[in-house]
Design a protein around this ligand. Structure first.
Ligand code: FAD
Ligand code: FES
Ligand code: MG
Length: 303
């Protein structure tokens, strides 16, 4: 078995116990062509996690750390759900895990829980894998008695995720870029209609940065408070490295400890886009190396 994890825990009498496979994969489900759900054993996190929080995962020793939102949790089963879009080396390796295999390190829950309203109506908008991030927020709002409506989008039918889960909480409108399912067009088109009809107290929007920026611009004109979940590059997740620096309301904030959710009307999205593309060359090299086409040495020797 790959990636056996050994962790220490105190038993009831305070003795240290060694626990194997603390973060075993309990279930794996393909949600869309490049989005996979892994249910992972993480009992403590499953009990205390709150919507909006995330974990930092390291598949094995020396692997890079990557942040992933806790999309769902089952406290009785001691599991959390990670919904992973396979975009590069680390996410590709993670989604290749099979039930019974394990993740070496998983730290969390990290980040501030989502700002909630206690009554009224919320519009939850998810784009692509962002829908999985919006899901725990919608769940917690519905539990409080807030009326929840969702608008979710994907490239085409097979890219739409978490529709069924959100339908359990309230009405859902699906948008696809190619019109193969639901309404043809962007989530912002559908959101404009909903906002026009009135009665929305708050909007939660999670998805690609251009989508969150477009949603924030739209809701600004309606004067509706909008929470977005930012996805800068994170390394330690503790506020120490500065990697996740973002500008919100002209102030520097660290998304790992001050966020990851912020007032969308205050976020400097242009800067976020720039910072997200800063390491693109290294990310492409790391994929090429994983595919057996490593040219890192060639660049160094030709300079
Ligand atoms: P790479 O090829 O290394 O990078 C591809 C792109 O991913 C980069 O251009 C960059 O935009 C981003 N990225 C790379 N490294 C990091 C890093 N260390 N931290 C953040 N972004 C990075 N993705 C999901 O699929 N599901 C989630 O639930 C999810 N939740 C997130 C929650 C938070 C708070 C943040 C900040 C990000 C979240 N992400 C989530 C994004 C995810 O962390 C990245 O897609 C992942 O780290 C990419 O790693 P890679 O090696 O596969 O890709
Ligand atoms: Fe290092 Fe946030 S990830 S400061
Ligand atoms: Mg990477």
């Amino acid at each position: 078995m790959r990636h056996r994890a050994i962790a220490t825990m105190l038993d009831r009498s305070g003795r240290i116990q060694l626990c194997a496979e603390m973060h075993a994969i309990l279930a794996r489900r393909q949600l869309s062509p490049n989005v996979t759900r892994l249910d992972v054993l993480a009992p403590r996190i499953a009990q205390i996690r709150q919507p909006g929080q995330f974990v930092i995962v390291r598949l094995q020793e020396n692997a890079e750390r990557i942040p992933l939102t806790i999309a769902d949790a089952d406290a009785n089963a001691g599991s959390i759900a990670l919904v992973i879009q396979s975009v590069g080396k680390s996410t590709r390796e993670l989604v290749a895990l099979k039930p019974g295999e394990s993740i070496s390190d998983l730290v969390g829950p990290l980040g501030h829980p989502t700002e909630m309203i206690e009554s009224g109506a919320a519009l939850c908008v998810g784009g692509g894998v962002g829908t999985a991030v919006v899901h725990p927020i919608a769940q917690a709002l519905a539990r409080r008695g807030v009326r929840v409506a969702s608008i979710i989008g994907g490239r085409s039918r097979e890219w739409v995720v978490f529709e069924e889960e959100l339908r359990r909480l309230g009405p859902v409108e699906v948008c696809t870029d190619d019109g193969s399912y639901g309404r043809k067009g962007f989530v912002t088109d559908a959101a404009r209609q909903t906002l026009d009809a009135g009665g929305i107290d708050i909007v939660y929007a999670v998805g690609p940065v251009p989508m969150m920026r477009a949603m924030a611009n739209l809701t600004r004109s309606f004067g509706v408070r909008t929470i977005v979940s930012l996805n800068p590059v994170m390394i330690d997740g503790t506020g120490m490295c500065g990697g996740c620096r973002v500008s919100v309301g002209n102030e520097t904030r660290f998304a790992c400890v001050d966020g990851p959710e912020f007032d969308g009307h205050q976020v400097n999205f242009d800067e976020l886009m720039d910072r997200l593309s800063m390491y693109r060359e290294f990310e492409q090299q790391s994929i090429a190396c994983a595919d057996g086409d490593c040219r890192l040495g060639q660049r160094a020797s030709s300079s």
